[in-house]
Design a protein. Structure first.
Length: 260
């Protein structure tokens, strides 16, 4: 894990714990921002750390050999930020729109040289000319910039002094700004392509803390892309890369700090 991000998350967690302790160290303190949640609409922003990884379903012919996976993924840790728009439905339900920008870089490793055994072709696949895979061919560093637009339905309990727990779930529309989906080059030219427009579902839980001037919400969110993100290599490209995978889907975990 990135050491800087780890230190930042630890520091944020300590600060949240200290703030929570300050909120509850006396049972006689007055409620804060008593009318804040009565607003029909409210606004805010959030900062987050993220962990991005891939869920991979391998092609049984080109993606595995002797019960070993030939394609592996390495996760990344990074950050993001976004805005919050809340629409109050009733005392227990809110609808939230939280568009944000997420950054990350993942790594895919293709140990698929053994696919040379299919060079003569099969009943369902054309023959190809084998090439020796160098380290540059085997490893793909996939930089990612995601415009993430989640719409969440939030269910919260009643306030307990100056805090309120909640859970939320919803759907996301996600645009990958570095997908390379329109490129005519593919992995044969070291260009990994994926889909630009994606749909996901999200689930979140957290605790809202009320202060004199603002509401702070630490939360954990999981986001999981539902569609297959693979853009297949060109027909003349050997089956070392995208042909070795049947499905590729982003999985993300966020530690979020919201300010309203």
């Amino acid at each position: 894990m990135n050491k800087f991000l780890l230190k930042a998350l630890v520091l944020a967690s300590v600060n949240v714990a200290l703030l929570a302790n300050a909120q509850f160290r006396t049972r006689n303190r007055m409620d804060k921002l008593e009318d804040f949640d009565e607003q029909k609409f409210s606004w805010g922003f959030y900062l987050n750390g993220n962990r991005l990884d891939y869920r991979i379903v391998l092609n049984p012919r080109y993606g595995s050999s002797n019960n070993q996976n030939l394609v592996t993924s390495k996760e990344s840790y990074s950050f993001g930020a976004g805005l919050i728009a809340k629409w109050r439905l009733n005392d227990y339900l809110d609808v939230r729109l939280e568009p944000g920008l997420q950054f990350g870089q993942r790594q895919l490793t293709f140990n698929t040289q053994s696919n040379d055994q299919y060079a003569a072709g099969t009943l369902t696949n054309d023959p190809f000319i084998p090439i020796p895979l160098t380290e540059k061919d085997r490893v793909r560093e996939i930089k990612t910039t995601l415009v993430d637009v989640p719409v969440l339905l939030e269910f919260h309990g009643q306030r307990w002094y100056n805090s309120r727990p909640y859970v939320a779930a919803g759907i996301n529309y996600i645009v990958n700004l570095q997908s390379n989906s329109d490129s005519s080059d593919d992995n044969l030219q070291q260009v990994f392509r994926s889909t630009t427009h994606n749909f996901a579902w999200s689930a979140e839980m957290g605790i809202q803390f009320y202060f004199n001037k603002f509401k702070l919400t630490p939360a954990i969110r999981g986001t999981f892309i539902m569609n297959n993100e693979i853009v297949a290599d060109n027909a003349t490209t050997p089956p070392y890369w995208t042909a070795a995978m049947s499905t590729l889907q982003t999985r993300a975990v966020f530690f979020v700090l919201k300010f309203e």
